[in-house]
Design a protein around this ligand. Structure first.
Ligand code: BG6
Length: 317
């Protein structure tokens, strides 16, 4: 990876503490000063900062940091459904539940641990969850911060016993951007998408890259495993790599919807963009004993690194 052993040789560590409401959360740090904060409420990444202490994720100034709803910002986990259908609550219940620290997770490949500060969390269904979604699952989440500041999330969902079950999923990632009109997404051009603003009509992306001048609420289908969110004003690029997550949700509420959300500032749509690695079009079915894994990795690089057009195939992880 081009790093000396000294940089990588530090002990993975995390600190468990709690916020002013008494909600427990975990802090990950790397030796260069980058950090991530993960709430046990929802297993939600609440904050991710680079080595200069700059926040990379968006959090609304009107966010409510109290259960039972997910905080507006960071990375809420949408499971066992993305969206709003049937009797399940919008985006599923996982983001509204209290997770536990998993002290003895089944092993992951060495690349998911070496040189990283990480925490393992687990969610099992409560009696209340089983009433609305009667399936025995174990959801294991690892959140890791690399020595170079990259953030990775690994979700492992297992059917523990009983009948097969089916779910959809998203890492609902709120990125912090300087000005939405200066942002471009590369990697989604020419793809088909479902447009949530038009009854999920199937359309095809026409532009060279995706830019923003009004509300966007789309599910891009069968996407490449690397995409880039380029923030021209900040001269920085979020490079997102994903595995097991074929779809990408892109959401910005724009002005009208912003005003309708009580936990979101009227003008805040200018400073955020949700780009979610997701499984929406073809939900996952797990038979008893089967497990699904979905990985997301985000790294922030100076846009100069990407020149005019980032060659996503050359991005190293
Ligand atoms: C997006 C959906 O992913 O999430 C939008 O596509 C939705 O339709 C948005 O409004 C926010 O959802 P929630 O439940 O967190 O307010």
């Amino acid at each position: 990876m081009g790093h000396s052993a000294a940089v990588w040789d530090y002990r993975p560590a995390h600190e468990l503490t709690s916020d002013w409401n008494g909600n427990p959360y975990v802090i990950l740090r790397n030796p260069q000063g980058a950090s991530a904060r993960i709430s046990l409420h929802g297993g939600q990444v609440m904050s991710w900062k680079n080595e200069h202490g700059e926040e990379l994720l968006f959090t609304s100034s009107k966010a409510v940091f109290k259960p039972p709803k997910a905080m507006r910002g960071g990375i809420p986990l949408c499971f066992p459904q993305f969206g709003n259908c049937g009797s399940l609550e919008q985006h599923g219940f996982a983001r509204n539940k209290v997770w536990a620290i998993d002290n003895n997770p089944p092993p992951l490949p060495p690349n998911d641990s070496n040189g990283k500060s990480f925490v393992d969390l687990i969610l099992k269904p409560s009696a209340e969850d089983l009433k609305c979604w009667p399936h025995s699952f174990e959801y294991r989440l690892r959140v890791a911060l690399g020595a170079d500041g990259r953030l990775s999330l690994i979700s492992r969902i297992r059917n523990v016993n009983g009948k097969p079950f089916t779910f959809s999923f998203a890492y609902h990632t709120y990125m912090s951007v300087s000005d939405i009109s200066e942002v471009r997404i590369e990697g989604l051009e020419t793809l088909d998408y479902l447009d949530n603003l038009f009854h999920r009509e199937r359309c095809t992306e026409q532009g060279d890259a995706l830019t923003f001048e009004s509300e966007v609420d789309r599910v891009y289908l069968s996407c490449p495993n690397a995409i880039a969110v380029i923030d021209h004003a900040k001269k920085r690029t979020f490079v997102i790599r994903k595995d097991g997550l074929p779809d990408v949700v892109v959401w910005n509420p724009w002005d009208k919807k912003s005003k309708a959300m009580t936990d979101f500032g009227d003008e805040e749509y200018k400073h955020m963009l949700c780009v979610d690695g997701a499984v929406v079009e073809h939900p996952i079915t797990l038979k008893p004993g089967e497990e699904w894994t979905g990985r997301l990795e985000i790294v922030v690089v100076p846009s100069s690194f990407c020149s005019d057009h980032l060659d996503l195939h050359k991005v190293r992880f």
